[in-house]
Ligand binder design. Structure first.
Ligand SMILES: Cc1cc2nc3c(=O)[nH]c(=O)nc-3n(C[C@H](O)[C@H](O)[C@H](O)COP(=O)(O)OP(=O)(O)OC[C@H]3O[C@@H](n4cnc5c(N)ncnc54)[C@H](O)[C@@H]3O)c2cc1C
Length: 405
């Protein structure tokens, strides 16, 4: 049997899971190459804890090669172009050919798309930005903190709300007189999860004294006047601005001919294959329509499950067997709320009449689950199994808990 090359672009959440799932399946019979421009992996779900001062930046980073299993070749290089027809990739380490390609290049942040963002806002979606926000909160005495979601789609629909809860909690603990407000173009928090979940989250925000401004799409930020200018004609002032910038597909993806009118890569929603056989895309870089004119949210949990499906199906293809793996649109997330508790959302996003999501009441149990999830991601393989066993035990207990809202 000829040795084939499986090239994985992107060493974030989807890329790592794909490579580490494939390595034991292929047992060295084929070549697995994972390419990323960075040598270091930062775990984004822990950024809100950095904002709250509950993690040091060093705690949530790991050298990427250390997270990859034996049998995966890591190449640190920037990807400049993807040619799906000739099956070649142009990179800073030279051209590379592939037999199978998995694109997991994520979503790029585009703060320059909103005038005044780079000068006026602290970026909630980068580690540096999270560190800056924490420093600013240390000296913040009183006034208005605006948390601004500039546009949709954005990664992890729960993340800005989680940060808001943690900021409010921090101010309260420090006895500061700040007002926290969220401005978003969304009609309610996490609209893909449905209005019941959205209204429950809105209620949780308001019960903590956080002001919520839906239907507010920012057009411009005036950093000198500390003013947000919205499409609906309203202006709002702030003292400290924390923002989620617009997102877009990375440049080589946009130029590859793989994207559609949404600017993201359309894929088969079950196999994650693009219109080119043997070329798959997963995670944030994709667009997957679901019921009610919505799209699957961009979240690490989906990138993770999709990566496992693609790895299994690549193995089937290599063995000339029918593909069995089908991504079913299921996903979950814990939403940190401060003071050691988290809410939990669990859903079927491919349900025919729209995503069916259950929101579980804030509890220490979900917070512990989130901590374990972080440890699992950043641990060596020897410990990963133990953490996974603990998480499975928690999952079993979860079935017996009835705390949905
Ligand atoms: C603050 C925050 C909190 C979050 N919390 C959660 C959560 O609790 N739960 C959850 O499920 N999700 C969460 N997410 C979302 C989650 O991080 C993403 O959905 C997930 O990382 C997507 O995985 P991915 O593999 O598609 O892309 P990524 O993980 O973003 O990986 C993309 C990789 O591609 C590399 N890359 C990009 N362009 C190039 C190039 N040209 N050349 C070389 N390399 C390149 C990047 O360096 C990166 O390593 C959160 C995100 C943020 C920002």
């Amino acid at each position: 049997m000829d040795q084939e090359t499986i090239l994985i672009l992107g060493g974030g959440i989807g890329g790592q899971v794909a490579a580490n799932s494939l390595a034991p399946l292929l047992k060295g019979k084929h070549r697995i190459i994972l390419m990323d421009k960075g040598q270091n992996f930062e775990f984004p779900p822990s950024f809100p804890w950095v904002v709250a001062g509950q993690r040091n930046p060093a705690d949530i980073q790991k050298s990427l090669p250390l997270l990859l299993k034996k049998g995966v070749t890591f190449i640190q290089a920037e990807i400049f172009g993807i040619d799906p027809v000739s099956k070649k990739v142009k990179t800073s380490a030279g051209p590379l050919s592939f037999d199978y390609l998995l694109i997991s290049l994520g979503a790029e942040l585009a703060p320059g798309k909103i005038s005044g963002f780079q000068e006026g806002a602290l970026n909630l979606y980068t580690l540096d930005g999270s560190i800056q926000i924490h420093k600013s909160l240390q000296s913040f005495d009183q006034g208005k903190i605006a948390v601004l979601i500039t546009s949709t789609p954005f990664k992890c629909p729960a993340a800005p709300y989680e940060a808001v809860f943690l900021i409010q909690d921090l101010l309260k603990k420090k006895g500061r007189k700040g007002e926290v407000a969220v401005f978003t173009p969304e009609p309610f928090p996490m609209p893909t999860a449905g209005s019941k979940v959205g209204e429950a989250l809105r209620g949780m925000l308001e019960s903590k004294g956080i002001r919520f401004y839906p239907g507010h799409k920012v057009t411009k930020i005036d950093p000198q006047g500390k003013t947000l200018i919205f499409e609906n004609g309203k202006n709002e002032n702030y003292d400290l601005l924390v923002g989620v910038p617009p997102h877009e597909a990375p440049k080589p993806v946009k130029e590859s001919g793989l994207t559609n009118e949404t600017g993201w890569i359309p894929v088969d929603r079950e196999t994650l294959e693009t219109k080119y056989p043997g070329i798959y895309a997963i995670g944030d870089v994709t667009t997957i329509p679901i019921a009610q004119g919505k799209t699957l949210p961009k979240a690490g949990i989906f990138a993770h499950y999709q990566a496992e499906i693609v790895a299994a199906n690549i193995l089937s293809r290599l063995n000339h067997q029918p593909e069995k793996g089908k991504f079913d649109g299921a996903g979950w997330c814990a939403i940190e709320m401060g003071s050691g508790v988290a809410a939990f959302g669990n859903g079927e996003f491919y349900a025919p009449n729209g995503a069916e999501v259950r929101l579980y009441r804030p509890d220490r149990f979900w917070h512990l689950g989130r901590v374990l999830f972080e440890k699992w991601w950043l641990s060596p393989f020897s410990i990963k199994r133990k953490i996974l066993r603990l998480m499975l035990k928690m999952g079993a207990r979860m079935r017996g808990i009835s705390v949905s809202l």
